[in-house]
Design a protein around this ligand. Structure first.
Ligand code: ATP
Length: 365
């Protein structure tokens, strides 16, 4: 078991492209950290540098007590699971699982014990004699996981391991990985572009953009207190609604206003917005923080329904508010509502977010 520390980690590809910028990250022993961000943000490069598959340009990587900057992958005591399972097609599942241990000259008895244990955890007992092509995608991914488990490494590294699987299987594998981590709490770094995967798996989530870390926090913290507008829009599905609003500080109350929308903000928000009187800020409101009908005083506004997405468990309403774009609301599945309806929506005033339009940083008291 080991902690991982990244200090001022940088990666340049050639002389022009700066893919990873001053990344500082401390991952505790046994912690599960999810690295998430849009395509090209540098998350895979970061993971591959931890694995030793990519040279680092500057900075330090520490695994446990050792600086591993120049150690080859095989000496880092890590196991990596990729998107394409990279199983040996001509070998049985058993031999695939045994491969790494045989290379380390482990005795066959120990190998059998390790495989028994891993196969039990992953439900592979019935398929140990099959070849990978006789397995489904999910089963192959379980074998790939099993190959990591039998090696009992200090660190698990996952590079988008679930993105080849269909939605149902992905959800199942997510649960298996979570269960696995509960059974063998190994320090893990999981790279994904899927924020749901990151939120559900990570003890903490690291959000990256253009090579830089934007925020590090628990799933609840990055959802509830996003560090900037980018994180606010990236975490949460459907995404947070953003509306450009003018701030009016009036005697006893502060309101934010856009065409067709006027909200009287809560006392803490009013304090935060005190310096913004007469200026514009970006209002952020999550679809789940809009309710149908008249809510608290100063919280309601009119909207026209443009699209109704019935999901069975809930309805997503795409609405137009005043002259500006679409505002998405999440309402109960049983709601009788149709395209073209004029409705009243209310915001939960305690759950609004505000961002400075220039810096995109949150406006907080
Ligand atoms: P994705 O989800 O698409 O894999 P990512 O966040 O994992 O994205 P990286 O694979 O880390 O992104 O790549 C970061 C940036 O570095 C990208 O813009 C990519 O084009 C660039 N890059 C990656 N590998 C190389 C390379 N070998 N040479 C030059 N540029 C590279």
């Amino acid at each position: 078991m080991a902690a991982i520390t990244l200090s001022k980690l940088n990666k340049h590809y050639g002389s022009l492209f700066h893919a990873v910028k001053d990344v500082d990250l401390e991952i505790a022993d046994r912690e599960f950290v999810a690295l998430v961000g849009p395509s090209g943000c540098g998350k895979s490069t970061t993971l591959r540098m931890i694995a030793g598959l990519e040279d680092i340009t500057s900075g330090d990587i520490r695994i446990g007590e050792r600086i591993v900057n120049h150690l080859p992958p095989r000496d880092r005591d890590i196991a990596m699971v990729f998107q394409n399972y990279a199983l040996y097609q001509h070998m049985s599942v058993y031999d695939n699982l045994a491969f790494g241990l045989r290379n380390k000259k482990t005795s066959e008895a120990e190998i059998k014990a390790a495989i028994d244990r891993a196969a039990g955890m992953l439900g592979l007992h019935g398929m140990l004699q099959r070849k990978p092509k006789q397995l489904s995608g999910g089963q192959q991914q379980r074998v790939a996981l099993g190959r990591c488990i039998v090696r009992n490494p200090q660190v698990f590294l996952f590079d988008e391991p679930l993105s080849n699987l269909d939605a149902k299987l992905r959800a199942q594998m997510r649960i298996e990985i979570k269960r696995l981590h509960a059974q063998i709490p190994t320090t893990s770094v999981f790279v994904t572009h899927d924020q749901v995967e990151a939120m559900t798996l990570g003890d903490r989530v690291v959000i990256m953009r253009e090579g830089r870390i934007q925020q590090i926090g628990t799933p609840l913290a990055v959802y509830g207190k996003p560090a900037n507008k980018f994180v606010a829009g990236f975490i949460g599905a459907p995404a947070m609604n953003f509306i450009d609003v003018a701030v009016h500080n009036e005697a006893g109350a502060t309101a934010v206003e856009a065409a067709g929308l006027r909200l009287t903000v809560s006392a803490p928000d009013a304090r935060a917005l005190a310096a913004y009187g007469g200026r514009h800020v970006i209002l952020g409101v999550r679809p789940e923080h809009l309710v149908l009908g008249e809510g608290a005083p100063g919280a309601g506004f009119d909207a026209r329904v443009e699209v109704v997405e019935q999901l069975g468990s809930e309805i997503l309403l795409e609405t137009r508010v005043g002259s500006h774009g679409v505002t998405v609301a999440r309402v109960a599945a049983e709601t009788a509502i149709a395209r073209g309806d004029q409705i009243r929506l209310s915001a939960q005033l305690g759950r609004l977010h505000f961002f400075d339009p220039e810096t995109e940083l949150p406006v907080r008291a």
